[in-house]
Design a protein around this ligand. Sequence first.
Ligand SMILES: [Zn+2]
Length: 295
Amino acid sequence: MRYADDFIITGSSKELLENEVKPCVEDFLAERGLELSKEKTRITHISEGFDFLGQNVRKYDGKLLTKPSAKNVKTFLESVREIIRVNRAVKQETLIHLLNPKIRGWANYHRHIVSKKTYVKVDYHIWRALWRWARRKHPRKSCRWVRQRYFRTQGHRHWVFATQPRGYDGTPRTLSLYSASSTRIVRYREVKADANPCDPAWDSYFAHRQGMRMLERLQGRGFPDNLWRQQQGKCPGCGQLIVEDDRWVIRPIVPFKAGGGRTVTNLKMLHSTCQRSFRIAAGKASGGDNRVPAP
Ligand SMILES: [Zn+2]
């Protein structure tokens, strides 16, 4: 597994990794004028675990769990506390606007792994820092007053750091601090074991992985799912992948009016922006005898 210049290699024994794999990697890197970092390279048993890209990977009684690494959580909390400390004089609204993207970004990064408990812990520490921030702003006021001024109950959640600033049109709207624990955990699709991002033969596979997200979204939607698979995710208009964020449409090759069926073979999924070019292409492909315009 590799990300930028960080990577993991797994092997069945320490000896294999030490005596065969490591020299192999060193040769591979040397050819490209690179070498392994002495401090950052480690051979370790999976039961002890290791940190990779801010996450800790470890087997607990044979079960592999990936969690946000202790160091990552610490760094994140420090940066949040720093924002709160520096902004002791700002309005609550401003502080929420500063913190929300940061918390959401961090929580999203970890949303594919076992993060629930860490989210709860992080929310607690942020709440504590905000409570101190609010108390310090009004040293003469009671706890009760401070609580009523800065915290609200929302549904079953108490102590939500929230305020009701007025919008541009003068109506108040609720602005709440983003809670890391409200992030939905989404299981991640594993990379095929023999996939090699340095090998151009695998380019399409890694491009396809993006499409996998799309498949996940289409799953259970029956027809579009089958259609997307049948086209290998590619748009017939431009030849590029149709991915999650794209807008897409389904169009027939032989128009329905001309007797074209609503079948996988007669329909194509394409980017909505590629509809026009596809219509022209489809018209030509049918040899000119099919002049019925596409719907
Ligand atoms: Zn397209």
